[in-house]
Design a protein around this ligand. Sequence first.
Ligand code: GDP
Length: 473
Amino acid sequence: MFSPDDSIVAIATPPGRGGIGVVRISGPSASEIAGKVLERDAPLQPRFATFLSARAIDEVIATYFPAPHSYTGQHVVEISAHGNPVVLDAIVRCAIDAGARLAEPGEFTLRAFLNGKRDLIQAEAVGDLIAAATPLQARVAFDQLEGTLTRRIAAIDAELYDLVARLEASLDFPDEGYHFIEASHTAQRINGVIEGLDQLLGDARQGRMIREGATVVLAGRPNVGKSSIFNALAGHDRAIVTEVPGTTRDLVTERIDLGGLPLTLVDTAGWRATSDIVEREGVARGSQARDVADLVIVVLDRSEPIATEDEELLEQTTTRNRIVVANKSDLAATVRVKADTTYDADRTYDNESPSSHSYVVSGFTRTVDTDVCVSALTGSGVSELRKAIVAALTGQDSLRDTAAISNTRHIVLINAARACLVAAHEAAAAEDTPEEFLLTDLQAARSHLDEIVGVRTSDDLLEHIFANFCIGK
Ligand code: GDP
């Protein structure tokens, strides 16, 4: 279904106006088509920028990249004109009149993949790099474009290839009674490969979070300071902060970059029973948001005793990934603070920073373990809260500046390869397992790795991946 035999054209720069706009042509006749567009008989000099006037449309600079030294591996001509949609459309129309076809989304990168200029990981990384919204997302995508993940998978695959070759040799020369590899050694080596995959998977949660982002929902009864914390995290006044309880009636969302993690931060209506129909709707939306969140931040007001609503919210969120925050640490704590083992029943630890983040209401009936103590007003504790959010989402205290693996498709396939290897390991560890059994599992593991890199693909998969690209890429 993919026919790289024709020539395609598209505007490669974003829609709208700008200093420069680029039209790209790729295919066997790219040079001839460009010649007609530019009304020029002499061929363009390869890899030189040629300044010329095109058909009374615009003054342009044309660059010719002959195959295979181009982005797609085919002949490519890039025409840089002024960034005006009318001008660029006119150039595209001329190219179509000259025999080109309008490119599908991602078709230039698809051709690069089909021509072996990039493997599938790198092609996907191009899409990620274009879509990146945070510097860390861009870093991770660039790393994959450079081939970091490709190399790590190739090293794992080389080890598997060697194992498969030895086992096949044992099968091919059974009469000689010669084994090219000991069973125990096989099990040991398979284990080594599993460890290699586990190292990759160790970064996967962080990588996926960096690539896909996470939704973090702030929850708490009215007036505990959710909107203030939202603003402290977002870095500017976005949500309305008032002293009147029940002001946040709808979900307020903001996209923020929290230490490299792209987060959708959601401020919800205060959790309380209410007769106000609008506020009730807001509370209901808040509950729904909590249910789909990657992380819930339950905010408590440390200056007030724990209320029934606080307890209900804590109860409802016990099984969720959550952080319990004690806000208003600048105010005197009206609750007693438990200082871990040196708990002193007669003392009220007013306005003290607790050594353990747990506190007990008067009468010592309720204990709530909190994770972070903050003051949204003064900003104290907010950086600890940021760290706690990163830790709760990625399982790591801070983000390393690169993550080798970030794409769910890759994670799923690595897990599938790992499962095959675990089966192979069991077979190898068992006595007298025929080599065929092992081989089947090892080859299945290799085929999953091949699928990541794109050695094996289906048209459906390619269509799915490249459909998410923009036209012109
Ligand atoms: P929400 O209803 O939970 O969103 O609470 P808001 O963020 O609107 O805050 C309610 C009130 O508490 C406002 O008057 C805030 O100024 C105040 N407030 C919020 N955080 C703090 C804090 O850390 N310390 C103090 N002293 N007041 C705070």
